[in-house]
Write a protein of this length. Structure first.
Length: 336
């Protein structure tokens, strides 16, 4: 089950189109998902793509098609755009669901990608699979972490369906890589020496989507919410060892990403905040600041926002048009 893109099957036609928002950093994108800034201030954008022409499977509703339309965009500090990495695997369904690259980070000269490919990875093409890939400056895959195989062998949440759908990743203070497997309802830890391990597991299907570490080693986890129910999303604050829940910021809806600002404030991206009789209400996404006093809007009425990143100048970038939309209707915009 492809948890996040599967929202598209309930979308109204009005939810699938929107004008390019104001303050656009880069437009004309295909399902932009995770964004981040590298050490040089370049903005990296993971486009899940628009599927392709290769038929993977025929269904009563139409064909599931794949191609290599997922890619990584780069926008430098002067606003110049380029393709940092192209030709990545993308799958599209008749109902408009798209999976592909979900997140991108620059680390030690490599690009690290969260890949949601919809199944096992046929060797030697890891871009087909669910997992994390490290790609060096020459475009070569130097590390592939196969989360689908881990889920198949362990199924930590003991769900009836084996499901891997990597949505996000980050590094802990000691250099350990933490991988949010949204489909598996867990967060995995990985080091080159020890491989994959289950760090946190949820059996009540809250659908984790993001993890971020604070300076004191504690960390925050964002949740989409079971059944995408309004108010079921949340952000949890955990102790550094993952054993103590310090606080919960609740009553959120479809949280897809979280961020810790330079001032220590906690932010959450809500993909959608309103649902009507025909499904999600278009342009109802938001970015909010969360605290013990509740959620304070930072930006509202956004078209399906997905990921948030703070620029070196303190402003914020957010990807919008991340799902539901026709090809080329996604963008990354500046807020704040």
């Amino acid at each position: 089950m492809l948890v996040l893109p599967a929202l598209a099957q309930d979308a109204t036609p009005e939810a699938t189109s929107a004008a390019t928002p104001a303050n656009t950093i880069l437009g004309g994108l295909n399902n932009p998902r995770g964004i981040s800034y590298d050490a040089d201030g370049n903005l990296l954008i993971a486009e899940a793509g628009a599927g392709g022409s290769e038929v993977l499977m025929s269904t009563p509703d139409g064909d599931i098609k794949a191609g290599f339309s997922s890619q990584i965009n780069k926008v430098d500090k002067d606003g110049k755009q380029s393709i940092a990495l192209g030709g990545l695997f993308s799958v599209g369904t008749p109902s408009g669901e798209v999976t592909g690259t979900a997140a991108v980070y620059s680390q030690d000269g490599s690009l690290w990608l969260a890949l949601s490919g919809g199944g096992p990875a046929p060797n030697p093409q890891p871009f087909y699979g669910d997992g994390v890939a490290e790609v060096d400056s020459n475009g070569r895959i130097v590390t592939f972490i196969d989360t689908f195989s881990y889920e198949l062998a362990n199924n930590p949440d003991e769900a009836g369906v084996v499901d891997s759908n990597v949505n996000n990743l980050t590094w802990g203070p000691d250099g350990t890589l933490y991988i949010v497997d949204t489909g598996a309802n867990d967060i995995l830890s990985w080091t080159e020496e020890d491989g994959l391990s289950s760090f946190m597991v949820w059996k009540d299907d809250p659908v984790p989507t993001a993890i971020r570490f604070a300076d004191d080693g504690s960390f925050y986890v964002g949740f989409l919410g079971q059944g995408l129910a309004p108010g079921a999303g949340k952000v949890e604050h955990w102790s550094a060892d993952g054993k103590t829940l310090i606080e919960t910021f609740g009553n959120l809806t479809t949280v897809t990403d979280i961020a810790i600002g330079a001032d220590g404030s906690i932010y959450a991206v809500e993909l959608l905040t309103q649902f009507g009789d025909q499904g999600p209400v278009p342009n109802s996404g938001a970015v909010v600041k969360v605290s013990a006093d509740g959620a304070t809007p930072v930006a509202e009425n956004l078209p399906q926002p997905y990921s948030l990143a703070q620029a070196p100048d303190g402003s914020w970038a957010v990807s919008v048009g991340s799902t539901f939309g026709p090809p080329g209707t996604g963008a990354v915009i500046k807020i704040g």
